[in-house]
Ligand binder design. Sequence first.
Ligand code: ARG
Length: 579
Amino acid sequence: MTIQSLLHTHLQTAMINAGADTGTDPVIKQSGKPQFGDYQANGVMSVAKKLGTNPREFAQKVLDELANSQALDGIADKLEIAGPGFINIFLDKEFLAKSAHTARTSDRLGITSDHTETVVIDYSSPNVAKEMHVGHLRSTIIGDSSVRVLEFLGDTVIRANHVGDWGTQFGMLIAYLEKMQNENASDMELSDLEAFYRDAKATYDNDEAFAEKARGYVVKLQSGDEYCLAMWQKLVAITMSQNQASYERLNVTLTDKDIMGESLYNPMLPDIVKTLKEKGVAVEDDGATVVYLPEFKNKEGEPLGIIIQKKDGGFLYTTTDIAAASYRYHTLHADRAIVYSDTRQAQHMAQAWAIARLGGFVPDTFKLEHHNFGMMLGKDGKPFKTRTGGTVKLADLLDEAVARATVLIDSKNPDVTADERTALIDAVAIGAVKYADLSKHRTTDYVFDWDSMLNFEGNTAPYMQYAYTRVRSIFAKAGVNPDTLTGEIVITDDKERALAVKLLQFEEALRQVAKDGTPHVLCGYLYELAGIFSSFYEACPILSADDDIKNSRLQLADLTAKTLKTGLDLLGIKTVEKM
Ligand code: ARG
């Protein structure tokens, strides 16, 4: 249990006993400044207002309740009323020392895996016969961290790679693949998907016979023609094997088994449309089937029509997402489904899910969340592009990261073997790209800047990875294996105290990431932890201290190392032992 929820329980009980409604929220927050204690209860003012009493008097009543019940004895050693009625809570040193000891000696740092939901996480979701672009990169990186955190807390996570593998463009792509195979049968390689797509489109636009054939293939593919299906599968397989290579390079947990492309939902679509019509949710409009949702209006303020089936019978991206919501609830038995895609799809997701609920395909209790993100920008503040204005290929981006990390690491001339050097460069290169993304609030646009992400100062991957190795090096210097440490943790100095408090707040950061899908909270936490450790290490000598103190400080250092490593791992960032 987190300290926050422990305090929540006790303060809530005390507030209720002092006259507040059941269900009252004491609003427990970590304090921003040491003089305000370690935590604050900020809920008193609104309760007092409701009760029509003076907030400071009510706060005093809460403190009296706590004193009588002795609920916080051994947890907090001082409670103070501040300002208009805040309660400042100062934790007991002994409690901190004991809790840190428990965290260090238990599995999983003492964090219980009590999440029990089945959660579908729809992320990465690139498109077939196209290169993954930076939007997919963000979805992949942020989504994978969310997966790791939810799994760590106990949820059953189903990864859903909602690959764009269907649509009218496949007629053209099949026709072009066929043309390539005919012309160059022995050497059929689709290594450059961007060029493949572009050339297919150019041929389609300029060659009427080809276009004719392509249109015919769309119809054939949709009616399940074997040849077209086989060609389509080939396109999917080639694309996804390239993407799989990127996932592996990126240390992302997606595999082939997680592919749940748009085509998976095709068989459901006619019934979805039929049901929506029967329920009067959808209407015919000029041959197409359309849903009007009052909450979505066009520029003229009229309800916006959302097409779910075109005049020619074709279904749309929205129809598929209605089906996906239904599938995730009924077939995958999920309690919660999260989609990681960019902010420009926010309206689309909201519409699809509003229709899914109106049509009765999912109940109100089923949680559907769009974890949207902003754009990746170049240093010029414009959408991230190559120097010539083209889309940046993921593989090229990662190659550049490795090249830059190589220069950086070699300039530091670390004392490592050749194999360690390779692993170190990989960890820093990939870590830097991922961490730069993870450490920013996902909803804002962010500037992709090599120099700042590969900097050893600041909230960056190299800094965090280095901080980890520094803590670990203490054990090498001491000649101590941390697993053999026994005995108590004792807190004798303010810096030890501050470090213990921070270490015990790891779980609070994780719970917040789990709730909001915001890994930057975890990055921020780890960065602060590294900083607090540095101040501790400066102020509190370890190796020269008396045995008991030395032993205790080594344990705090060990818990720091474990927390940093676990945290970075949950972000999908690799650590090394030396750098
Ligand atoms: N393939 C889409 C794209 O590239 C992203 C899919 C997001 N997921 C979803 N269920 N719509 O933009």
